[in-house]
Each structure stands twice: as structure tokens, then as C-alpha cells.
Write a protein that binds this ligand. Structure first.
Ligand code: FAD
Ligand code: DHB
Length: 398
């Protein structure tokens, strides 16, 4: 008896690859506009709801999540922040973001955003398939594009008007988008990030410049702290037992009469740092959004916010096409999205270069201290940092 291979062919308007913040948000924006989509994710629901990543939401992102009706828990549990501290050589500079911009940021873990988006997608009866494998995109220049994949032992073909490649930096869509122009910068350091059961001993986030390297004090709740340390690339986690992590955090974040509250560490990971953009963000019927198209270094927390901004623009362009048959907004998507992507690239690179130890570069170190001094004395400099940090208004494309 030969092997029976079952196959199905289905049809949707927009096939979305990846159920990260970009893909899930896009599916809800499209549903609101009456556009049908199918979301395909290679991981399990449990996995994506536990994956620890970013935590800082711009006001734009919060506003968009509210408009989609998925911010009830965020409004209850999110921590509103009005400013940040920049610390160096024992001095602490407060950047009063709300005072300078009239806008705020919210701390709410990315996996919580993902949980809320998944719950809403499923509550609306939208298709969201987990644990799909062998996914490939085809016929991007034909009248109908196709996504092929396996799920539950069955081989599927999904025919779509358009495909949204929201499958992150290691996904398959970018590689299928033909000859893209790529811009990349890899930093000579990484971040070691921890989550600890420890009440934060700071009211605002602290970004610290230190001779040993950068440190960041963030949080997730009144009981959980999120902290980061600059470490060399390819640093083995085994070299960082908990005692060494706390000792280094105490040193780099030190301020007279104050200390970091310590507690049990329950999550540890190392993230390399990279700036990457490809262009254009389109190949025929395939559109790239989020980390599939660009990566920023995490300093300043733009990655998730940029992903959400991309799909805001993409959803509007798709809605315009379905409503009026006009291709103009879809044709303009790449250029419009890239303007904000490059603004965020510049800001993330600026924050990274301002605060990380540049090994052997004493000239660069002096420039860093001059810039920190300028931020302390000039409200123009502080406002520039603040308006980029909090997120430039979503209606203005820079
Ligand atoms: P992702 O969240 O990566 O989602 C892509 C989805 O596609 C994933 O669920 C993936 O499983 C799925 N997928 C991949 N390949 C396939 C396939 N072949 N078929 C189907 N599905 C597929 N940003 C910050 O601002 N601050 C931070 O502190 C921070 N920390 C980070 C730490 C790590 C380890 C990483 C990787 C990123 C971090 N980021 C951070 C960046 C931020 O998390 C991303 O910018 C954000 O997740 C982008 O969302 P996305 O939806 O575009 O991509
Ligand atoms: C967080 C991460 C960042 O990269 C940042 O700049 C601020 C906060 C966080 O995970 O909380």
C-alpha cells in the first residue's frame, strides 16, 4: 500500500506568515477593515506566548492597540512612564519625557501583547494556525500568490491576493523577495538580559554609561525587574552566574546611597546587536513588515514599535486597494515605511553609541561624555532624545 498524502487548497485575501506582534496586529487591522486573512505560525501558541523580548511600548503602539480593543489588560497592568534616567560617573540626569513631549511610554511585556492579540484573533473566529512547517511562498508576480505548508500531517496550499511576510529576521519571506538591497551593521557587543523576582528600586528606567560597559534597569511589574548588561559577543551564559550578574549591575548602576534590589533570577538570555534594513519592502504580491525587513539594536526599544507601525501602514494600503482598487498606497508602502524605519535606525544607533563601552576607543569615550553633558545642559538636546524615545507622531512620516 502506498503512502496517502492528503492535500487541501484554500483561498484567502491576505496570507500572513508569522504570529509575532506584526502578523497578529495586521490580522486584526485587516479584520476591522472587513478583509479576510489567514495567519500561519511555525511555533506553538505556548511558545510564542512565553517568548521573552521587548517591554517598552510607545504611545503610538498603545493607541493603536486600544483602537483595536485589545488594551484592556494593558491599561490595567501596564506601567506608565513619564521620563528616563541617564546615569554616568555617579551622576544622574532625568529626561522628563512627558514634560518635553506631552506623551508617555508604557512598560508591558511583548509576550503579554502577543497573548492579548492571540486571544482577540481567536475570539473573532479568525484563522490562526500554529506549528505549521515547510512553509514556502510562490507565484509572487502572478495574479494569485500561493503559500504552501504542512500542518497536522496534511499538505496545504493557500491562495492569496497578497502575502504579508511578518516572519521575523530568521523567517523565509525575505529570502523569497528577490534581489533586495541590504544595509547592515553588526555591533561588537551583545546584551545579557535577566528577569528577576525583585521589586524595582527605581521609579523610571535607568540607562547607565560605565567604564565596564552599559547597563539598563527596566521592570515588568511592582514585583519583577528586567535588567540588561553589555557583554562581549558570543559570551557563554555559563560565565555569568547570578552573583556575578548582580555584582556587575550594582557596579554599573551605582549611585550614592542607593542600590539595585536583588532577587531570584528566573530568565537569562544573550541577544546580539545588529542594525539591518532591506529594501524595497515589496516583491510583487509579497510585502515585508517588522523584523522580517529590519532589525534595530535594542537600546531605546524601537523593534516592536516599528513592527506595529509597518503593519499600520500596510493595513491602510491594503484597505485602500480593497475599497477603491487604487494601487497607489501599496506602491508607496515601502518608501513610506522606510522613512520611519531609518529614523528609528538613527535613534537606536545614537542611543547605542551614546551609552555602550567602545573598547579601545578613548576618543569615542570622550565624545560620549560630551554628549551626555550636552543633554544635561540643553533642553533642545533633551527634547530631541525625548521625542524620538517616546515615538514621533504616527500621522507624520519622517
Ligand atoms: P517576531 O516577533 O520575530 O515574529 C515573527 C514570527 O514569525 C515568530 O512568531 C516566528 O516564530 C514566526 N516565523 C518565523 N519563521 C516562520 C516560518 N517559516 N513560518 C511561519 N512562521 C514563522 N526589541 C525591543 O524593542 N527591546 C528589546 O529588549 C528586545 N529584545 C529582543 C530580544 C530578542 C531575543 C529578540 C529576538 C528580539 C528582541 N527585540 C527587542 C526586538 C522585538 O522583539 C522585535 O522587533 C519584535 O518581536 C518584532 O516583531 P515581528 O512580529 O516583526 O517579529
Ligand atoms: C526594555 C528594553 C529596551 O531595549 C529598552 O530600551 C527599554 C526597556 C525592556 O525590555 O523593558
Amino acid at each position: 500500500m502506498g503512502t496517502v498524502i492528503s492535500e487541501t487548497v484554500t483561498r484567502t485575501q491576505v496570507g500572513i506568515v508569522g504570529a509575532g506582534p506584526a502578523g497578529l496586529t495586521l490580522s486584526l487591522l485587516l479584520a476591522r477593515a472587513g478583509i479576510e486573512s489567514v495567519v500561519l505560525e511555525s511555533r506553538s501558541r505556548e511558545y510564542i506566548e512565553r517568548r521573552v523580548r521587548a517591554g517598552l511600548l510607545e504611545q503610538n503602539t498603545v493607541d493603536l492597540l486600544r483602537s483595536l480593543g485589545v488594551a484592556e489588560r494593558l491599561d490595567r497592568e501596564g506601567l506608565l512612564h513619564n521620563g528616563i534616567y541617564l546615569r554616568h560617573e555617579g551622576q544622574t540626569l532625568h529626561i522628563p519625557i512627558f514634560e518635553l513631549t506631552g506623551r508617555q511610554v508604557t512598560i508591558y511585556g511583548q509576550q503579554e501583547v502577543v497573548k492579548d492579540l492571540v486571544a482577540e484573533r481567536l475570539a473573532q473566529g479568525g484563522t490562526l494556525d500554529f506549528e505549521v512547517s515547510d512553509l514556502a511562498v510562490h507565484d509572487l508576480d502572478a495574479d494569485l500568490a500561493r503559500i504552501t505548508y504542512s500542518s497536522g500531517g496534511v499538505r496545504h496550499t493557500l491562495e492569496c491576493d497578497f502575502i504579508a511576510g511578518c516572519d521575523g529576521f530568521h523567517g523565509v519571506c525575505r529570502a523569497s523577495a528577490g534581489a533586495l538591497i541590504e544595509h547592515e551593521y553588526v555591533y561588537p557587543f551583545s546584551w545579557l538580559g535577566i528577569l528577576a523576582e525583585a521589586p524595582p528600586s527605581t521609579d523610571e528606567l535607568i540607562y547607565a554609561w560605565h567604564e565596564h560597559g552599559f547597563a539598563l534597569y527596566s521592570m515588568r511589574s511592582s514585583k519583577v525587574s528586567r535588567l540588561y548588561l553589555q557583554v562581549p559577543n558570543d559570551e557563554p551564559l555559563d560565565d555569568w552566574p547570578d552573583e556575578r550578574i548582580w555584582a556587575e549591575l550594582q557596579t554599573r548602576l551605582a549611585s550614592a546611597g542607593w542600590s539595585v534590589t536583588e532577587g531570584p533570577i528566573f530568565e537569562k538570555g544573550v541577544t546580539p546587536m545588529r542594525s539591518y534594513v532591506c529594501e524595497p519592502l515589496r516583491h510583487g504580491r509579497l510585502f515585508l513588515a517588522g523584523d522580517a525587513a529590519h532589525i534595530v539594536p535594542p537600546t531605546g526599544a524601537k523593534g516592536l514599535n516599528l513592527a506595529v507601525n509597518d503593519v499600520r501602514l500596510l493595513a491602510a494600503a491594503l484597505a485602500s486597494w480593497y475599497r477603491s482598487g487604487s494601487i497607489d498606497d501599496l506602491d508607496g508602502y515601502s518608501e513610506t515605511a522606510l522613512r520611519r524605519i531609518w529614523r528609528a535606525q538613527d535613534f537606536s544607533n545614537y542611543m547605542t553609541q551614546l551609552l555602550h563601552r567602545l573598547a579601545g576607543d578613548t576618543f569615542g569615550g570622550k565624545l560620549q561624555l560630551a554628549r551626555l553633558g550636552y543633554l544635561a545642559r540643553s533642553s533642545a538636546a533633551a527634547t530631541s532624545l525625548a521625542e524620538n524615545y517616546v515615538g514621533l507622531p504616527a500621522t507624520e512620516e519622517f
